[in-house]
Design a protein around this ligand. Structure first.
Ligand code: TXA
Ligand code: MG
Length: 350
C-alpha cells in the first residue's frame, strides 16, 4: 500500500487535539501511525492485531524475528498481555512508570500469537510523553511500537526523520517536536529469576539498584543475542563512515586523524574538543550527547558530510547507554593515538 503521508502538528493540549482523534481512528481501523515518545518516535499499531503488526514490520523492513515493544497507557493494561506478576515488578513500575523503562514479562497466549515473534515473553512500557499518553487513551488499546525508522537507520528524534524514512509507507505522523531523551528505553527482563538489563538506557543499573536493593547484571555478547533479538543486528548506522574516538586519544592523535580525513572529504566532529577550523563542529558533552546523537548524524548525512568523528565517553558515570549506541553506530573505534597512527599508515579508507 502506498500512502500520501501526512505530518500533523499536535498542539499544547493533546487531549483536545483533532489530530489525536484522527490518529486513533486510523489505529482502530488497523492502520499504523507514528507518534513521539520521550525517548524516540515510535511506529504504532494495534498490538493485538496480527495484520497491524505485520504492517509495522513491512513499513520498517524489520527482520521478522525481532519482537516489538508494546506501549500501554498505564500499568492496569499489563493484564491484557501478561498473566504473570514477577517478583520486583511492582517496585519498578512504581518507581519508573510512566517513563523510559521497558519490562519483559511472560506473555499470555494472545500476545504470543501477535507481537512476540514466537517468544514466550512480551516487552511492555508506559511512555511518559503527553502525545503518546493521549493517543494511547484515545485509541484504547496497547500499541506495538518499535522506533519509527527504517530498520538499521538511526532512531528518529524529530518528525522529519520519520518522514524521511517512512514517507509513502505510512498514512500519518504526529509531530510533537523533539524527543527530550533521544535514546531508546532501558529494557529489563523480569521473566527469569533475577532481573537482567537487556538494553541500557537513561535509567541506569545504579537507578535500578536504588529501587531493587541490588544491581542487575547487563546481558552481554552471546547471552544478549539469545535473550534479546535486537542485539543480533547492527543498528543505528549512519550512511557515512563514523569513527568513535575514545577520550584516551591525545590531542596529537585527534589533529592527525582530522587532517588525514580532511584530505579525502568533508569531516564533522561531535564532541567537546576544538577541531581544525575546516572541520564541521557540533559541541557536545556527556550530558547532552545522548539527546543530540541521532539528530546530528542524520543532519550530517543530509548535508553530505563524508566522515564523522564522535567523541566517546567513559563507561563510568552513566556513559554505558550512550557508549552502547556509539559502538553500534561506529565503523571503527580509536582507543588511543597508536590506533589512529596505524589506521593512517594502513591507508585503508572506504
Ligand atoms: O524507547 C523505546 O523503547 C522506543 C520507543 C518508540 O518506545 N522503542 C524501541 O523499539 O526502541 P525497538 O523495536 O526499536 O526496540 C525494541 C527492543 C529490541 O531490541 C527488541 O529485540 C527488544 O526490545 N524486545 C522486544 N520484545 C522483547 C522480548 N519479548 N524479549 C526480549 N527483547 C525484546
Ligand atoms: Mg529501533
Amino acid at each position: 500500500m502506498s500512502w500520501i503521508t501526512r505530518c500533523l502538528r499536535v498542539g499544547s493540549d493533546p487531549d483536545q487535539c483533532p489530530s489525536i482523534k484522527e490518529a486513533a481512528e486510523l489505529l482502530k481501523q488497523g492502520e499504523v501511525v507514528a507518534f513521539p515518545t520521550e525517548t524516540v518516535y515510535g511506529l504504532g499499531g494495534n498490538a493485538l492485531s496480527k495484520d497491524a503488526v505485520a504492517k509495522i514490520f513491512e513499513a520498517k523492513q524489520r527482520p521478522a524475528d525481532n519482537p516489538l515493544i508494546v506501549h500501554i497507557a498505564d500499568a492496569s493494561m499489563v493484564s491484557k498481555f501478561s498473566d504473570a506478576k514477577p517478583k520486583h515488578m511492582e517496585e519498578l513500575v512504581q518507581a519508573f512508570w510512566p517513563g523510559p523503562l521497558t519490562l519483559v514479562l511472560p506473555a499470555n497466549e494472545i500476545a504470543q500469537k501477535t507481537v512476540t515473534c514466537g517468544l514466550n515473553t512480551v516487552a511492555l512500557r508506559v511512555p511518559n510523553h503527553p502525545i503518546a499518553q493521549a493517543l494511547l487513551r484515545e485509541a484504547g488499546m496497547g500499541l506495538a511500537a518499535p522506533s519509527a525508522n527504517l530498520s538499521g537507520r538511526p532512531s528518529p528524534t524529530l518528525a522529519k526523520h520519520v518522514l524521511h524514512d517512512l514517507k509513502r509507507f505510512i498514512p500519518l505522523i504526529l509531530n510533537g517536536g523533539r524527543c527530550p531523551v533521544g535514546i531508546e528505553s532501558t529494557v529489563v527482563d523480569l521473566s527469569q529469576d533475577t532481573p537482567v538489563i537487556l538494553r541500557p538506557g537513561t535509567i541506569t543499573a545504579e537507578d535500578l539498584e536504588e529501587v531493587l536493593g541490588f544491581r542487575p547484571e547487563m546481558a552481554q555478547g552471546e547471552e544478549a543475542k539469545r535473550r534479546t533479538p535486537g542485539a543480533r543486528y547492527r543498528h543505528y548506522a549512519p550512511t557515512m563512515p563514523t569513527y568513535l574516538m575514545m577520550p584516551m586519544v591525545d590531542d596529537y592523535g585527534f589533529k592527525s586523524i582530522l587532517q588525514y580525513l580532511s584530505l579525502k572529504g568533508r569531516v564533522a566532529y561531535l564532541g567537546p574538543r576544538r577541531p581544525l577550523s575546516r572541520v564541521v563542529h557540533e559541541p557536545a558533552n556527556r550530558s547532552n550527547m545522548g539527546e543530540m546523537l541521532y539528530r546530528i548524524l542524520r543532519t550530517w548525512e543530509s548535508e553530505g558530510i563524508h566522515y564523522v568523528i564522535v567523541e566517546g565517553v567513559s563507561e563510568k558515570f552513566g556513559g554505558i547507554s550512550l557508549l552502547d549506541r556509539l559502538n553500534k553506530a561506529a565503523t571503527r573505534t580509536f582507543h588511543n593515538r597508536t590506533d589512529i597512527m596505524n589506521f593512517i599508515e594502513s591507508g585503508e579508507l572506504p
